[in-house]
Design a protein around this ligand. Structure first.
Ligand code: TRP
Length: 340
């Protein structure tokens, strides 16, 4: 792999959970940016499918297995090239579990208790508030610190975990010297925060009861067009970005993320035109972006061998780096390591 070039390059790490099929929101908010960073010569990117995180909520085994493969294939189909950026499955690298345990012992109960996601998820799954759900942020901290990452693109809901990662790393370094790089979390600027097409004040989510509110990567062209035509707008009938026009703002943000056009340009292009024309244009732009991805996805899921090759190569590559960090941390703590 090409990832061995000058140390000057910044290390980027990010991960996503295998929650099933990916939505236009996941794509525009995260994965499209992963591809962009992978192609930027300033960065060495490492990406993971965070399947260890996923069992903090109970999973059906057959469905879970399918979700992992589907999600891996979909993200590859979005344009990840493992020759440029390894994309591995977290559970394939046991260093993550080891590092999570170590970091658990340097993370305070009080800190974990303050995590908003823990509070939300324990309210939502009141019958299964397990220890993993509580210590999830130290597993995530380990993911990042193992690779000495400089930069971590995340969604806004993960920024609190990033702050905690920095606190844990600083605490550990404070005791033992410079073991971990202090990572910087950031929310990609041009990554759109895609909202529901039916209720544009809520984030687009595939768990929404109304299937018209979200676009899946697997939706075919007609379904995509239909969903955009039914998207909620407002009664002003003017394509402009403004407060209170959540539906139109969302469509403009999607259109801009896909075409690269600025809001100003979009307003200019659709001056005097109705919402019908605009929705058709947004739908067509999204179809043009997603249909080649969908075709690639279909090729990948029917070519299991290729997918296996990609995740195996990736984990072999990243383990060289994660081992180094685990051993360094263990030595500092006082552990004795086996000879090899
Ligand atoms: N917790 C993240 C989420 O649910 C996924 C994740 C796991 C992650 N480990 C990570 C993101 C490390 C960034 C870096 O979205």
């Amino acid at each position: 792999m090409e990832n061995t070039t000058p140390a000057k390059k910044q290390i980027v790490f990010s991960a996503i959970q295998p929650s099933g099929s990916i939505t236009l929101g996941n794509y525009l908010g995260a994965v499209k940016n992963w591809v962009k960073m992978q192609d930027n010569p300033e960065y060495n990117c490492i990406y993971a499918l965070a399947d260890l995180h996923t069992i903090t909520v109970r999973q059906d085994p057959a469905q879970f297995r399918k979700n992992i493969i589907d999600m891996y294939a979909s993200i590859m189909a979005c344009g990840i090239d493992v020759e440029k950026a390894p994309f591995f499955i977290q559970s394939h690298n046991p260093d993550h579990a080891v590092m999570a345990w170590i970091l658990d012992c340097y993370t305070q109960f009080g800190e974990l208790s303050r995590m908003t996601q823990f509070k939300d998820k324990s309210a939502k799954h009141a019958d299964n508030i397990n220890a993993g759900l509580f210590t999830y942020p130290s597993l995530m901290a380990g993911d990042i610190l193992l690779y000495q990452a400089d930069k971590v693109p995340v969604g806004s809901d993960q920024m609190q975990h990033l702050e905690l990662t920095r606190d844990i790393a600083n605490r550990f370094n404070g005791i033992y010297g410079n073991v971990f790089k202090i990572p910087e979390g950031f929310i990609p600027k041009d990554g759109a925060r895609v909202m529901s097409l039916q209720n544009p004040t809520a984030k687009m989510s595939k768990s929404d009861e109304n299937a018209n509110s979200f676009i899946l990567l697997s939706d075919d062209d007609n379904v995509i067009m239909k969903k955009f035509k039914r998207a909620i707008t407002d009664s002003e009938a003017k394509v402009r970005y403004a407060e209170g026009k959540d539906g139109i703002n969302n469509l403009m943000s999607i259109y801009s993320a896909v075409t690269g056009l600025s809001y100003e340009q979009i307003e200019h292009d659709f001056d005097g035109k109705g919402y019908g024309d605009f929705k058709t244009a947004v739908g067509e732009a999204v179809v043009a972006e997603l249909s080649p991805i969908r075709k690639r996805y279909q090729e990948y899921v029917s070519d299991k061998k290729y997918i296996e090759e990609c995740y195996t190569k990736s984990v072999e590559f990243v383990q060289r780096f994660s081992h180094r960090t685990v051993e360094k941390a263990m030595k500092k703590i006082g552990y004795i390591l086996p000879k090899h």
